[in-house]
Design a protein around this ligand. Structure first.
Ligand code: ARG
Length: 467
């Protein structure tokens, strides 16, 4: 009812001058964005203050107007922060809500604020300011996550764990080395966000509706005021493209996919069938019917939320595809996926850093698993190669040794020397050193290898890079 009432009050719509009938309540709700874009109020006010300051410097508005605008916007900021601002659907979006309140507070100066500007360049500026803040927050949280990873990796730089291929025991690695794989992924993620920030951090304001403005504006000044690295150099592009938001969502999707892979491992490792780790109780929940259960809900939800982040990326790609130059209202749909993506990332990273510090490693279970899959078979082959046997022949020798151990139900180092020598005369007593897990680990001693010394060196390099 309230909507229909205000419907008839069409004189208060900022653009209603050329219209002969008001929009219906449904159309008003359908076209409004205020219920989600009010999240950008602080950015909108910051952008308006910079714009007004520039207008006054250029003599486009008076200094008295500027003073009124600064006072009015300051009051509006307080009202919003205190939760006292009356957001109205009637006024469509965050921009018109604030402008209308400003005019109510200070009169004509409020109406002059929009000189040389359009909501098209205004909204593009607001989103970029908002996203820049979100990226900075994400980068800081990524660092926390990385530090947690490095701490755990350092503790377990020499803890043996079966390395898997095809989810079958392949070769021994250290748990620290395994964790450092996720560190590497996170490092590329951080690089991508930092790189994306460069393209986000350009000022659209001054593009006005699409073609620029006839007022003598100073875009460089506004860019400096708002700490942008420069201006968007084509007005049509400035108001219309959202590639920077798409890029952010693509980077977000990759980060979530990395965390989803990690989560999948945590879930697997925590399964009583595997039992490599235990997660702190605060990241798990129980079952309402099965008293014995402790479910890894948090990693499962991280894996699940990857779906919505991927979905947002597809939403924005689809939103952009097929839009002719310049601004189209389609672009109003960019915000919810973007906000949701940033929110999901921020919460996920916050939880993840804490969750890693709460991992209890069951080193004995990891070592037991290593004795079951002939994890040092490659080491036996390499040993034979070092004694002069061609690798393919060595592979064949080891395959026969593995088959024999399998038949006897033991691991390779359990085979007595005479039996091993049946497979190759090249095998001597020194083979037992090679077939131990520690021997296998220590021998992979080059950059990128799993030798504990290399893992410690990788951690040291990572710490130096993080500062
Ligand atoms: N709420 C709009 C958006 O989010 C602001 C720009 C509106 N511009 C326009 N010409 N209708 O994109």
């Amino acid at each position: 009812m309230a909507d229909q009432q205000s419907n008839r009050d069409d004189a208060s719509k900022a653009w209603s001058g050329r219209f002969s009938e008001p929009v219906s309540a449904l159309v008003m709700r359908y076209t409004a964005s205020v219920f989600f874009d009010q999240r950008m109020a602080a950015q909108d006010i910051r952008g308006s203050l910079a714009h007004a300051k520039m207008l006054a410097r250029q003599g486009i508005i008076g200094t008295d107007d500027l003073a009124d605008i600064e006072r009015g916007l300051g009051q509006i900021r307080d009202e919003i922060e205190r939760g006292e601002f009356a957001w109205s659907l009637q006024d469509e979006d965050v921009h018109l809500n604030i402008e209308k309140r400003l005019t109510a507070l200070i009169g004509d100066a409020g109406k002059r604020l929009h000189t040389g500007r359009s909501r098209n360049d205004q909204v593009a500026t607001d989103i970029r300011l908002w996203l820049r803040d979100a990226i900075d927050q994400i980068l800081a949280l990524l660092t926390d996550y990385q530090r947690a990873l490095l701490d755990l990796a350092e503790t377990h730089a020499a803890t043996p764990l079966p390395g898997f291929t095809h989810l079958q025991v392949a070769q021994p690695v250290t748990f620290g080395h395994h964790l450092m794989a996720y560190y590497e992924m996170s490092r590329r993620d951080a690089e991508r966000f930092a790189d994306c920030r460069k393209r986000v951090n350009r000022l659209p304001l001054g593009a006005a509706a699409l073609a620029g403005t006839s007022f003598p504006i100073d875009r460089e000044f506004v860019a400096r005021e708002l700490e942008f690295d420069g201006v968007c150099e084509n007005s049509l592009d400035a108001v219309s493209d959202r590639d920077f938001a798409i890029e952010f969502c693509a980077d977000a999707a990759l980060l979530m996919i990395h965390l989803s892979r990690f989560s999948e491992e945590l879930i697997l490792w925590m399964s009583p069938r595997v039992g490599f780790i235990d997660l702190a109780d605060r990241f798990c929940t129980g079952s309402s019917i099965m008293p014995q259960k402790k479910n890894p809900d948090v990693p499962e939800l991280v894996r699940g939320k990857t779906g919505r982040v991927n979905g947002s990326l597809i939403s924005l790609l689809t939103l952009m595809k097929g839009q002719p130059l310049a601004y189209n209202k389609d672009n109003q749909e960019d915000k919810e996926p973007l906000f949701d993506t940033a929110d999901t990332l921020i919460d996920t990273l916050r939880i993840y850093a804490d969750m890693i510090t709460g991992i209890r490693v069951k080193a004995d279970a990891m070592r037991d698993a290593l004795s079951q899959g002939f994890a040092t078979a490659t080491d036996l082959a390499d040993y034979l190669v070092k004694k002069g046997l061609p690798f393919r022949d060595a592979h064949e020798v080891v395959a026969r040794a593995v088959r024999s151990a399998e038949e006897r139900g033991c691991d390779l180092p359990d085979l007595p020397l005479p039996d091993l020598r049946n497979f190759s005369e090249l095998i001597d007593e020194d083979i037992y050193q090679v077939l131990t897990v520690e021997g296998a680990l220590d021998s992979r001693n080059h950059i990128g290898g799993t030798a504990p010394a290399q893992v410690r060196a990788a951690i040291a390099r990572a710490r130096a890079a993080l500062g």
